[in-house]
Design a protein around this ligand. Structure first.
Ligand code: AMP
Ligand code: MG
Length: 334
C-alpha cells in the first residue's frame, strides 16, 4: 500500500493483487473512491482520474472564487462569461433536465440554497416573506448558454447557479470514459455516493451495491446486483439540519423555496447514464413518487422510491437484480 499525503491526506493509493484503488479526499467536498480490476498497473490511470476530479472541482465549485461557476454568478446581470466546453455542456444538460422536469430540477436554485445554508449556520429560520422575496430570482429562463461562442450568461443580477445536483453524476460518466479509454473493463466508481458499477467483480459476477436505509444509517434496504449501471440516490437523510425539532434537508422545491415535501425519504435511480441518474434522482425527490412515473418512462431509467410511510416502490425490471431484506419496509413492484 502506498500512501501519498501532504499537509493533510489528499489521496491514498492501494494495490492488492488485481484490485487497485484510489481514495480521494480533496475534490467536490466529499470522499470518493475508484477501484479498478486489472492485471496491469493502474496507478497512472487512477492518478489521472484524481487530477480530472480536482480540475472539475476547480471549475465548478461555487465556493472557490476563481471557478468558472463563480465567474458566471459574479457577472450575473452584467455580461456573458467565457467557459470551458465541459462547463457549457453541463449547463446545457442542466437546462434540458429543467425543461424535462418542468422546473423541479433547476440549477438556478442557488439564492434559496444560500438562505437555507445561512439558516443552518445561524439557527434562524427564514420567514415565509423572506423566501417569497427570493423566489422570483429562481428560474432557469435566466440562464442563457451559447455553445458556439463557448459562453453563458445569467440575465438577472440576483440570480445564481450551483451544480450540486448534477456535477458528481457528470464527473462519474467522464471517469467511466477515462477508464474505458485506458482499457479498463471492470471498475467501481464512487463519487460521494454517486456510484457507477462497470463490468464485473474479480470473480466475474455483477457488482453488489447496498442501498442505505434512510431511517437507519447502519441499515440497508437491499442490494442491487448490477453491471454497467450508475446508481444515484437523493435523500432527505443525506444532508440536513435540525431546528426546534424540525428537519430541514437540502433538496429544495423550486416552486415553494422550501425543502421538498413530497412524501419521500429517498429515491435511487439506476441508469447507464450517471449524469441523467443524478439529475433525475434530485427531480424525483422534489416531484414525489406518482408524479415521477411519467418521467421514469420518458427517460428510460429504473427507480427505487422510499416513502415516509415505509413503503419501497421499485421498478419491475429490477425484480431479479434487487434483493431486499429489511422487515421494517413493505416492498412493492411498479
Ligand atoms: P442531490 O444530492 O444530487 O439530490 O443534489 C442536492 C443538491 O443540489 C443540494 O445540496 C443543492 O446544492 C442542490 N439542489 C437542491 N435542490 C435542487 C433542485 N431542485 N434542483 C437542482 N439543484 C438542487
Ligand atoms: Mg442529483
Amino acid at each position: 500500500m502506498l500512501i501519498i499525503s501532504s499537509f493533510f491526506i489528499s489521496f491514498i493509493l492501494k494495490k492488492n493483487d488485481m484490485t487497485q484503488s484510489i481514495e480521494i479526499y480533496d475534490a467536490f467536498d466529499t470522499y470518493s473512491e475508484i477501484t479498478v480490476i486489472s492485471d496491469k498497473d493502474a496507478e497512472d490511470i487512477l492518478i489521472k482520474c484524481r487530477d480530472y476530479l480536482k480540475e472539475k472541482d476547480m471549475r465548478w465549485s461555487v465556493t472557490k472564487p476563481e471557478s468558472e461557476i463563480s465567474a458566471l454568478n459574479y457577472n450575473a446581470g452584467k455580461c456573458p462569461v467565457s467557459l470551458s466546453p465541459d462547463t457549457i455542456d453541463i449547463l446545457e444538460k442542466s437546462l434540458e433536465y429543467s425543461s424535462l422536469t418542468n422546473g423541479a430540477f433547476d440549477i438556478t436554485i442557488r439564492p434559496i440554497c444560500d438562505i437555507w445554508d445561512n439558516a443552518e449556520k445561524t439557527g434562524i429560520i427564514p420567514t415565509e416573506n423572506e423566501i417569497k422575496t427570493v423566489l422570483p430570482d429562481i428560474g432557469y429562463k435566466y440562464l442563457s448558454v451559447n455553445p458556439q461562442k463557448l459562453s453563458a450568461e445569467l440575465k438577472k443580477s440576483s440570480a445564481g447557479v450551483l451544480l450540486g445536483a448534477i456535477a458528481k453524476g457528470y464527473a462519474t460518466d467522464e471517469i467511466r470514459d477515462i477508464l474505458k479509454k485506458s482499457d479498463i473493463d471492470s471498475a467501481l466508481i464512487n463519487l460521494g455516493g454517486n456510484i457507477y458499477a462497470m463490468g464485473t467483480q474479480k470473480n466475474g459476477t455483477p457488482w453488489n451495491i447496498a442501498i442505505q436505509d434512510p431511517k437507519n444509517s447502519n441499515g440497508i434496504l437491499g442490494t442491487l446486483h448490477v453491471s454497467d449501471k450508475a446508481i444515484v440516490t437523493s435523500g432527505s437523510y443525506i444532508r440536513y439540519f435540525e431546528n426546534n425539532g424540525n428537519i430541514y434537508h437540502h433538496i429544495i422545491d423550486p416552486k415553494s423555496g422550501y425543502p421538498a415535501k413530497s412524501g419521500l425519504l429517498s429515491v435511487t435511480i439506476i441508469s447507464s447514464d450517471a449524469t441523467l441518474a443524478d439529475a433525475i434522482s434530485t427531480s424525483c425527490f422534489v416531484m414525489g413518487f406518482y408524479e415521477s412515473l411519467a418521467l421514469l418512462d420518458k427517460t428510460n431509467v429504473s427507480g427505487i422510491f422510499v416513502t415516509d410511510d415505509k413503503k419501497v416502490y421499485y421498478s419491475d425490471n429490477l425484480e431479479n437484480s434487487f434483493s431486499h431484506n429489511n422487515p421494517e419496509y413493505q416492498y412493492i413492484l411498479f
